[in-house]
Write a protein that binds this ligand. Structure first.
Ligand SMILES: [Zn+2]
Length: 270
C-alpha cells in the first residue's frame, strides 16, 4: 500500500524505489537464523525469478563461537552463495535486543527501503529470547511501516509508507504445526551451502577442541535435514520448510491451490 501525497512525491519515489525493491525480505535476530530456517524457500523464490534481501537485526556478537569480524565475513559469503540482492546487518544488540521506539523505527526504515511484498521473520515462541523479541519487533514494524504519520529516513532520504502484504514465521528450535509447508526438494541441498558459509558456528571435521554448543554438535545439521525430510513427507515431497502466519491464507485461485492432473497438492496426501 503506497500513500503518496502529490505528483512530486510520486516522481521522487519512483526514481528511488526501483534500485533496492525486492519481492521478499527475510529478517533474523542473528546472522545465520535465516539460512538455517528458510534458506531453501528463499532459494526457491530466487529460482522463480523473484528477488530476496536479508536483514540481520544484530551482529551475533554474543555468540560463543566466532568474532563479529569473522561472522561478518561469513554472512557476506552466505549472501554470495545464496544469491540475495542485498544483506543489511543492523546493530540492535545481540542478547540486548529490546522493543524500543528506536528499534522499531530502524526496522521500519529497512522495510520501506526494500518495499517487500513478503516478509519472513523469527517465530513468536522460541527457545532463544532474542528470537521472540525479533519476532515481535518485526511484526510491529511491518504494521507501522504502513502508517503515513510515522516518518523515517534511510541514508538521509525521506521514506514513503509501505505495508508488506504477507508475514511468515519460519521454524527454528521449537517445532510447531505449520500453516503451510513449502516443497523445497529442488533447493534444500543447495541451501546447505548457505548454512555452511557460517563455518564458525557448525561442526567441521578436524576443527580441534573448540567449545561445543547446541548447534556445533555433529548431529545438529543431520537433525535439520531430518526435520526438512519429515515436513516434506507431510506433503508428499522429499524436503519441506514449514511456516505459520499471523492470519489465514487467502485463496483466490482455487484450482491453482488444488490442481487436477493427479499432482500432489499441499495437505492432500494420496
Ligand atoms: Zn538466532
Amino acid at each position: 500500500m503506497f500513500l503518496l501525497q502529490d505528483n512530486e512525491d510520486v516522481e521522487e519515489y519512483m526514481q528511488n524505489r526501483d534500485s533496492d525493491k525486492v519481492y521478499a525480505l527475510a529478517f533474523g535476530a542473528h546472522p545465520d537464523d535465516v539460512e538455517l530456517s528458510c534458506g531453501a524457500t528463499l532459494l526457491k523464490i530466487i529460482d522463480e525469478g523473484q528477488t530476496v534481501a536479508v536483514c540481520d537485526l544484530t551482529q551475533g556478537e554474543m555468540g560463543t563461537l566466532g568474532s563479529p569480524k569473522q561472522r561478518r565475513k561469513e554472512s557476506d559469503n552466505a549472501t554470495r552463495v545464496m544469491g540475495y540482492s542485498e544483506r543489511v546487518t543492523l546493530d540492535l544488540g545481540d542478547a540486548k535486543l529490546h522493543h524500543t521506539d528506536a528499534a522499531v523505527e530502524e526496522v521500519i526504515g529497512v522495510i520501506r527501503h526494500f518495499l517487500p511484498e513478503v516478509v519472513f521473520t523469527n517465530p513468536p515462541d522460541e527457545r532463544h529470547p532474542d528470537h521472540m523479541k525479533a519476532s515481535r519487533l518485526v511484526y510491529d514494524a511491518v504494521f507501522y511501516a504502513g502508517l503515513k504519520k510515522i516518518t523515517t529516513t534511510y541514508n538521509g532520504q525521506k521514506q514513503q509508507p509501505h505495508r508488506p502484504r504477507h508475514l511468515l514465521y519460519y521454524m527454528q528450535f521449537k517445532h510447531f504445526d505449520p500453516s503451510i509447508i513449502i516443497d523445497v526438494s529442488s533447493t534444500f541441498e543447495r541451501s546447505r551451502q548457505g548454512v555452511l558459509a557460517f563455518g564458525s558456528q557448525f561442526y567441521q571435521e578436524g576443527a580441534g577442541d573448540e567449545p561445543e554448543t547446541l548447534i556445533k554438535r555433529k548431529e545438529f545439521l543431520t537433525g535439520l535435514e531430518a526435520r526438512s525430510r519429515y515436513l516434506g513427507e507431510q506433503i508428499g515431497t522429499r524436503f519441506g520448510e514449514g511456516f505459520t502466519m499471523p492470519g489465514p491464507v487467502g485463496v483466490s485461485n482455487f484450482s491453482g491451490l488444488f490442481p487436477k492432473n493427479g499432482h500432489m497438492a499441499p495437505g492432500t496426501l494420496q
